[in-house]
Design a protein around this ligand. Structure first.
Ligand code: UD1
Ligand code: UDP
Length: 372
């Protein structure tokens, strides 16, 4: 029997987390030959994910270089992938999400006339510069995609509006929920001493993350200043911020939070402690895409510190609020959640607009049906 040769391509932390359940699901399927290729657009942050999910890539382009430009990531990814695609001749190349690796992967496949499956297809903010360059990456990838795996009905609708054929769009849920279900545990004990020493019973912990390119500069300073000021108003509030490895983010964080003992700046956490920290946190403040999906599932109010979001489902469900990047607005929204039990409880609903934890199984089934 000829196997279906499926090559997964990913390069950053969130793509790894969301692609891992699909790679794992395909490992158990006899009809599929699993070829894993990482660009390693991220290095340490990707390796953390590969370790946790025990994935050993067949190919590692190792393109990471600190501070490299979008052009460098794209061209190195394209060149490296061309060679591997010609050598391995996959029937299908899977990419996930909206990073530059996704765009390069989809384009490299298209150039070799290899079919493309896009996981997490159809998310749209409507503004090509926000998130930047992700909104464009996702749209550009869509153009060369043969199978659109849309996580929600809204994302399917976006694709239909852009004229993509109905029979090539599949609602699957988001694989981030599949991954999350594997790692969040009751009574989780951290290995990290700082986290273990936090009194989650008596302190209200804000989990903060921020890394978006369009926020770097004064928007990010505003976000951090708002959080800094809120810790000065409330004695029982502590902040944990696993800081992205981007030095531009680190510089702003170090500057704004300097001397504030209630804000813990820590290294990026492995996925398991990170999600368990979110499960114990009181509020999430973030510009991350993935966190907007995970927080509703864990019933955590999430303040999205961005001007636009391509993930409106959490907002409709009431768990997420788009609060922009103006300091006073972020401070006021935090203040409201910390001072009004009613406001807090209205947002702290465990809802799952992004999936039921079976997205990866669905995607594998669709692949089997389409290639039989
Ligand atoms: C990338 C994605 C973004 C995604 C994010 C997830 C693009 C354009 N952006 O943004 O969509 O939300 O990943 O985190 O694809 N760095 C390290 N080690 C690492 C990773 C990053 O040192 O393991 C530092 C480097 O200095 C690097 C910088 O972070 O230059 C930025 O990395 P890059 O991949 O260019 O963009 P991200 O902001 O991480
Ligand atoms: N995450 C992690 N450790 C951290 C911060 C985030 O494992 O210290 C996980 C998080 O649970 C989510 C993903 O990384 O699944 C989000 O990545 P990021 O915010 O970097 O990218 P985005 O989702 O915005 O593309």
């Amino acid at each position: 029997m000829e196997k279906i040769r499926v090559m997964t391509v990913f390069g950053t932390r969130p793509e790894g987390i969301k692609m891992a359940p699909i790679v794992k699901a395909m490992e158990d399927v006899e009809e599929i030959e699993n070829i894993v290729c990482v660009t390693a657009q991220h290095r340490e942050m990707l390796d953390q994910v590969l370790d946790i999910f025990k994935i050993k890539p067949d190919y590692d382009l190792d393109i990471f270089k600190p501070g490299q430009s979008l052009t460098e990531i794209t061209t190195k990814g394209l060149e490296g992938l061309e060679e591997i695609i010609i050598k391995t001749k996959p029937d299908l190349l899977l990419v996930q999400g909206d990073t530059t690796t996704v765009f390069a992967g989809a384009l490299a496949a298209f150039y070799q006339k290899v079919k493309v499956g896009h996981v997490e297809a159809g998310l749209r903010s409507g503004n090509i510069y926000s998130p930047y360059p992700e909104e464009a990456n996702r749209k550009l990838t869509g153009i060369v995609t043969n199978y659109h795996f849309a996580p929600t009905n809204e994302s399917r609708e976006n694709l239909l509006k852009e004229g993509y054929p109905e029979e090539k769009i599949f609602i699957t849920g988001n694989t981030v929920i599949d991954a999350l279900f594997h790692v969040v545990k009751e009574n989780y004990v951290f290995k990290d001493e700082l986290l273990n020493n936090i009194d989650f019973e008596n302190k209200r912990v804000i989990l903060l993350t921020s890394h978006r390119r369009e926020n770097i500069g004064s928007p990010m300073e505003n976000i951090f200043n708002a959080v800094d000021e809120i810790t000065k108003k409330y004695d029982d509030v502590e902040v944990v911020f696993p800081v992205h490895l981007n030095p531009k983010v680190r510089n702003i964080a170090n500057k704004v939070f300097d001397g504030n003992n209630n804000v813990h700046l820590i290294e990026p956490l492995d996925y398991e402690p990170f999600t368990n920290l979110m499960a114990k946190a009181h509020i999430v403040v973030t510009d991350s895409g993935g966190l907007q999906e995970e927080a509703p599932s864990l019933g955590k109010p999430v303040l999205v510190v961005r001007k636009e979001t391509e993930r409106p489902e959490g907002i409709s469900a009431g768990t997420a609020r788009l609060v922009g990047t103006i300091k006073e607005n972020i401070f006021n929204e935090l203040d409201l959640l910390l001072s009004s039990e009613n406001e807090y409880n209205n947002m702290a609903n465990a809802v799952n607009p992004y999936g039921d934890g079976k997205a990866s199984q669905r995607i594998v089934q669709i692949i089997l049906e389409q290639f039989k």
